[in-house]
Write a protein that binds this ligand. Structure first.
Ligand SMILES: NC(=O)c1ccc[n+]([C@@H]2O[C@H](COP(=O)([O-])OP(=O)(O)OC[C@H]3O[C@@H](n4cnc5c(N)ncnc54)[C@H](OP(=O)(O)O)[C@@H]3O)[C@@H](O)[C@H]2O)c1
Length: 288
């Protein structure tokens, strides 16, 4: 996909700009010289690159979405579990005639018989119904999920997590962002679904071993019960139905074959980064 060469600067809206992916989408777009506006519920605490416009808004508030999309060519958004959020997003994008909408969903959307899968697929369907050009980013597990282990690694040299045999082709959020940016700047009018993975299928214990290698210390894996994991997610502020969906997704993945796709390479021209690169870039979070 070639970046747009023969048209002027684009105006692009980022929703979820403080998230793992959105933060990087914002940075890459700002570096590419496009005009960037971010929508946030908390403009006072938004940390964005110079030149990026910040507006107050909420996926729960249709008017704020319409106003943030005025004059925009395209928008990136993550989906929220609330079905109204994506319906609002889709309706606002249609009313403002956006040329392109890039929605972060999940590979879970392909397992629409699970609550998490259904939520993601329904969000995609709301965007499909607009008739606008769309791209869906369906990633596997984010490398940044490992930050949940940072405190226990720092203080005890241990990781407590359920499903020790859980495997996934964990992806660096920076790669998801790079695909989002390629899509936002794409000159064509094709709808696309991107299945996004990292370059290797890794088990939990492989990931923990890589963190240990980067830190130069041994890290112990302690298998947690599902109940303990559920309580910990609630303690981190994850709503109960979402916590249940996450654990059900991981339980289901134990018996599913995990694939590696070369979509990052196809969309950006460079291969997906290995997990080790993400750990190295985020070493300070794990170091005591
Ligand atoms: N983690 C994984 O392994 C994984 C795997 C596959 C797919 N996903 C998808 O990735 C998403 C998370 O992406 P992420 O990690 O980049 O984000 P994140 O770190 O979870 O950040 C949340 C972002 O959402 C924004 N936000 C939350 N509620 C909002 C609302 N009502 N209106 C407007 N903005 C709102 C926040 O913006 P403000 O606070 O600035 O308003 C913040 O920027 C998940 O929801 C899931 O769909 C995740």
């Amino acid at each position: 996909m070639e970046p747009i060469q023969d048209r002027g600067m684009l105006m692009l809206l980022v929703i979820g700009a403080s998230g793992n992916v959105g933060r990087e989408v914002t940075r890459l777009l700002a570096e590419s010289g496009e005009q960037v506006r971010v929508l946030t519920r908390n403009p006072g605490s938004a940390a964005v690159p110079a030149g990026v416009e910040v507006v107050r808004g909420d996926l729960a508030d249709s008017e704020s979405l319409e106003s943030a999309m005025k004059g925009a060519d395209g928008a990136y958004s993550l989906m929220r579990p609330d079905p109204d959020a994506t319906r609002n997003l889709a309706a606002a994008a249609a009313s403002q005639g956006l040329e392109r909408i890039v929605l972060l969903t999940s590979l879970a959307a392909e397992a629409a018989d699970t609550p998490l899968g259904l939520q993601h697929r329904e969000a995609e369907q709301a965007v499909e119904a607009t008739g606008l050009t769309w791209a869906f980013l369906r990633p596997t597990n984010f490398a940044s999920n490992s930050l949940a282990w940072a405190q226990s690694i720092r203080t005890e040299g241990a990781v407590r997590a359920p499903f020790g045999t859980f495997k996934s082709a964990v992806i660096d959020p920076r790669d998801i962002a790079a695909v989002a940016v390629a899509e936002l700047r794409s000159p064509d009018q094709a709808n696309r679904v991107h299945r996004l993975t990292g370059p290797q299928v890794l088990g939990l214990t492989d990931q923990i071993a890589i963190i240990g290698e980067v830190l130069g210390r041994d890290i112990t894996y302690v298998e947690q019960s599902e109940r303990e994991a559920h309580e910990e997610l609630l303690a981190r502020g994850v709503p109960a139905p979402v916590a249940e969906s996450i654990l059900a997704g991981q339980r289901g993945a134990l018996t599913q074959e995990q694939h590696v796709y070369d979509t990052v390479q196809q969309a950006t021209g460079r291969p997906a980064a290995p997990y080790r690169d993400w750990v190295t870039a985020n070493r300070a979070a794990f170091a005591s």
